[in-house]
Design a protein around this ligand. Structure first.
Ligand code: AHG
Ligand code: MN
Ligand code: MN
Ligand code: MN
Length: 337
């Protein structure tokens, strides 16, 4: 018999203090939790159930979809379309918004998600995750449109991720700090194991795909070079570097022990007309909300990510997030550039 706090209990107790709460939000989060348990199970079974490898399709980002990109997207839709809490959904794997089918009632929330983050890792059995964000639909009862999703990150009601690693975890914010839960497989419940997660303000660890170094802008080149210069350089200390290629795992490491994660804009992306690698609505904004709620910072380089006014559903942005003092230093380097 466990005696910990389950995620459902935690959310119900948190929502008890919210004036006017109807239970809709709690119920929506429960459906998201269920979807993540199903995905955890699929990822765990992997090759045994034939879900690894690539599909024949490409998504709107121009990426070849993995079978699991498609299957996990399906799981999220099926878990969340029926209950009447959502007006529409949007995801990395769908070209346009997903309107709730007419046979179900429409609700007041919008859900955006990256059903399988780090999917290039799936075939090599390295950690992957799911990222989600909840917005409130603004205005009338008409059919929801892409425009309804174009809300700044500061408008998010909640954001979270599931990490399918050595253990499966769910990390969640509703704007009152960040809490982490571990899936107890024996009872099928997420249990609160990491209350009040905070990111240390200082760090000696950074994460960036250094194969793009020659394309970076001067501010990022300067920051990374100073880290690499170590004790003998201007930072006066040795730094460590990590790159998992799964944003969920990188952010989780930073929430656990500090650090900076960077996927900056570079000249190669610019020449293709891209604003960055990561997607604003279902990667950058939810992760920024979590990181800021844990005391960290999250910027594009020169601006706070959550202040951006989104222009399109699949908009991409540069992302630099993590330990507050390092992120402020990088912001300063951009201001000077
Ligand atoms: P996704 O698998 O959802 O498309 O996202 C992958 C993202 C992110 O998780 C990771 O930080 C980055 O892409 C890795 O990029 P590289 O392959 O360039 O290292
Ligand atoms: Mn992808
Ligand atoms: Mn992703
Ligand atoms: Mn993805």
């Amino acid at each position: 018999m466990h005696n910990g706090t389950t995620i459902t209990q935690f959310i119900i107790e948190e929502q008890r203090h919210v004036a006017g709460a109807t239970g809709d939000f709690t119920s929506l989060l429960n459906d998201i939790v269920t979807a993540c348990k199903v995905i955890s199970n699929m990822v765990n079974q992997g090759a045994l159930v034939g879900v690894l490898g690539s599909a024949e399709s490409e998504n709107i980002q121009g990426e070849t979809q993995k079978k699991l990109d498609i299957l996990t997207n399906e799981v999220f839709i099926k878990s969340n379309e029926w209950a009447g809490h959502l007006a529409a959904m949007a995801s990395e794997e769908m070209d346009t918004i997903y309107d709730i089918p007419a046979k179900y009632p429409r609700g007041k929330y919008l859900l955006t998600f990256d059903p399988l983050d780090g999917s290039s890792n799936i075939d090599v059995n390295v950690s992957v995750g799911t990222i989600f964000s909840i917005l409130r639909i603004q205005g009338g009862d008409g059919a929801p449109s892409e425009r309804d999703f174009l809300q700044a990150g500061t408008q998010q009601v909640a954001a979270g991720y599931a990490l399918y690693g050595p253990s499966t975890m769910m990390v969640l914010t509703t704007g009152k700090g960040v809490n982490g839960f571990t899936l107890d497989q024996s009872i099928g419940e997420f249990i609160l194991t990491h209350p009040d997660m905070t990111i240390p303000a200082d760090t000696r660890e950074f994460a960036i795909n250094a194969s793009n170094m020659r394309f970076w802008e001067p501010a990022v080149k300067r920051y990374v070079q100073e880290c690499l210069d170590g004790k003998e350089g201007p930072r006066g200390d040795d730094f460590n570097m990590r790159w998992i290629a799964s944003m969920v795992a990188e952010v989780h490491r930073i929430l656990t022990r500090g650090g900076v994660f960077m996927y900056p804009i570079d000249s190669k992306m610019k020449s293709k007309g891209l604003g960055g690698k990561l997607r604003l609505l279902y990667e950058a904004n939810p992760m920024s909300f979590i990181v800021e709620q844990a005391g960290g910072g999250s910027i594009t380089g020169a601006e706070r990510i959550m202040d951006l006014q989104p222009e399109s559903l699949h908009q991409r942005v540069p992302v630099i997030l993590g330990s507050k003092n390092e992120v402020e230093r990088i912001l300063g380097y951009h201001d000077q550039a």
